[in-house]
Design a protein around this ligand. Structure first.
Ligand code: ASP
Length: 346
């Protein structure tokens, strides 16, 4: 049986999520439990030959309570431990894992080591749990090196035999073990009998010193289009006090209604300095402003093209760019540029 060829030191951060939950005896609901002794649950990890240390959030959280403050904390922990460890594993609830992975991809600069998020659909104590495979393979990938360099120096999600670029991933299914997909970017690795790395889609180890950038701004909103959306709703979102940017979730290639009141509202918002990022509601494919008449006017107004950004990457990229206090023109330009492989530039 293939085993990892060299030893590595890994740091595991347990934030919470189903992976470490247990059924509450009285209410029957799943609640986070403490998860200190990972070796007790998965004795097999000793056979990887890796050394590892662990930090557990107290109390552990359901990832629906994840927040930008905790993303900063995670970035700071990784920064503090960076020189001591070869790779990092973040055990995280699946609900918002794609947001955390996307946020960290922007906050961790010149990352030369793997940061792998994983979790599970069934708690680790359940007989049919998917937690063991997810953790063991995530650890193997986090410690994998070739010629002394990390094979995957990126923030990734590993789940159900696939390794994905974190900022390309979305939670896709609440029930099957295949909880995540990366529709617009190929998997970085697939775990079968061997772990097959898709080298040409993985970033090379960067030059430059690792550092973190933890400035985030949450003054954003989302405007999801639907046939029949009212002027009141659109105005309520665009007039949110303090709003700096809005993600407009559009139809198909980035289209919206061309009702005159809607165009006027949008134009007014852009004139007032609000960045409007056009992101398609479709999971696959990209926004193509001007392909149809129903998006051509958006270009004229000055709407920004979200291309094939996931919702999670759009939210966190906006928070990151707004946090830098760049002028709006710079934010708009960088939104349409790939910073960490989160979109396809065309
Ligand atoms: N509600 C859980 C969480 O996100 C679900 C999971 O872990 O899969 O924390």
């Amino acid at each position: 049986m293939p085993t990892p060829s060299s030893s590595a030191r890994l740091f595991i951060i347990y934030t919470g999520g189903t992976i470490g939950m247990a059924y509450n005896d009285s209410s029957g609901t799943l609640v986070p439990m403490s998860f200190k002794e990972i070796k007790y649950h998965i004795p097999e990890i000793a056979r990887l030959g890796y050394e590892f240390d662990m930090f557990a959030f107290t109390p552990p959280i359901d990832s629906s309570n994840m927040s930008p403050e905790i993303w900063v904390e995670l970035a700071e922990i990784i920064h503090e431990k960076y020189d001591t460890y070869d790779g990092f594993i973040i055990l995280h609830g699946s609900d918002t894992m794609a947001f955390t992975a996307s946020a960290l991809s922007f906050m961790l600069q010149n990352l030369a080591k793997p940061v792998i998020l994983t979790g599970s659909q069934l708690p680790i104590g359940e007989i049919r749990t998917d937690a063991k495979e997810n953790i063991i393979t995530a650890m193997e990938i986090a410690g994998a090196r070739r010629n002394g360099l990390a094979i995957v120096p990126e923030v990734c999600i590993y789940f159900d035999y696939f390794l994905f670029r974190g900022n390309r991933t979305k939670k896709f299914n609440t029930e099957t073990f295949e909880a995540f997909r990366s529709i617009n970017y190929p998997p970085l690795a697939e775990a079968g009998i061997n772990i097959k790395y898709n080298d040409k889609f993985i970033f090379p180890v960067p030059a430059g010193e690792f550092h973190i950038n933890t400035k985030l701004c949450t003054d954003i909103a989302v405007l999801k289009m639907f046939p029949g959306i009212s002027q009141n709703t659109v105005e309520a979102v665009l007039n949110t006090p303090g709003l700096k940017a809005v993600i407009m979730e559009t139809f198909g290639n980035g289209n919206t209604t061309t009702a005159p009141w809607f165009i006027k509202c949008l134009d007014h918002a852009v004139q007032n300095g609000i960045i409007v990022l056009d992101r398609t509601q479709c999971d696959g494919g990209a926004v193509e402003l001007g392909r149809y008449e129903t998006s051509a006017y958006l270009q004229q107004i000055g709407v920004t093209n979200g291309k094939d950004l996931t919702y999670e990457a759009a939210v966190t990229k906006l928070m990151f760019l707004l946090g830098q206090n760049y002028p709006a023109t710079t934010v708009k330009k960088l939104l349409e540029t790939s910073l960490k492989g989160e979109l396809t530039e065309k």
